[in-house]
Design a binder for this molecule. Structure first.
Ligand code: HEC
Length: 129
């Protein structure tokens, strides 16, 4: 008789597939613990930083609820065409101050390329709490 795959099996499969695409959202959820003091990703609630729900593909400095709080640097970067695709996110998370000079994210950056790929995979996966 046909037996449906267990949810755990599906999760494993999903993360194996995602790992092939570059990052692992499950591992990325742990990396996100380093962002969580300032960012929510599973809801659109802003903290010290803008919410990151749906940030992959979003124009920099454009979360409506945070418009009054972005630095001028971040808003101008978005106005100049900066979109948070995976390549731009990877550069920003590695060296925030180099990618967007003058932005006010008080975070030194992630040093591990794996951590960066995994946290981007997590942000892309439409994270739920
Ligand atoms: C100490 C607080 C803090 C930490 C920790 C932090 N951020 Fe930020 N982040 C901010 C602030 C503040 C901004 C807005 C910067 C500006 O307007 O110049 C920001 C902006 C961003 C943006 C641009 C969002 C947009 O709408 O344009 C992204 C993406 C981002 N952070 C991702 C991350 C990730 C991923 C991590 C963890 C690896 C992280 N941040 C850690 C405070 C933080």
């Amino acid at each position: 008789m046909f037996r449906a795959a267990s949810p755990a099996g599906l999760l494993l499969l999903a993360s194996a597939l995602a790992a092939h695409a570059g990052g692992d959202p499950a591992l990325g959820k742990h990396v996100f613990n380093r962002c969580i003091a300032c960012h929510e990703a599973a809801t659109d609630r802003d903290k010290v930083g803008p919410h990151l729900m749906g940030v992959v593909g979003r124009t920099a400095g454009s979360a409506e609820s945070f418009l009054g709080h972005y630095s001028e640097a971040m808003k101008s970067a978005g106005a100049a065409g900066l979109v948070w695709n995976e390549a731009n996110l990877a550069e920003y998370l590695k060296a925030p101050k180099l990618k967007v000079p003058g932005n006010k994210m008080a975070f030194g950056g992630l040093t591990s390329d794996d951590d960066i790929a995994n946290v981007i995979a997590y942000l892309k996966a439409d994270p739920k709490p």
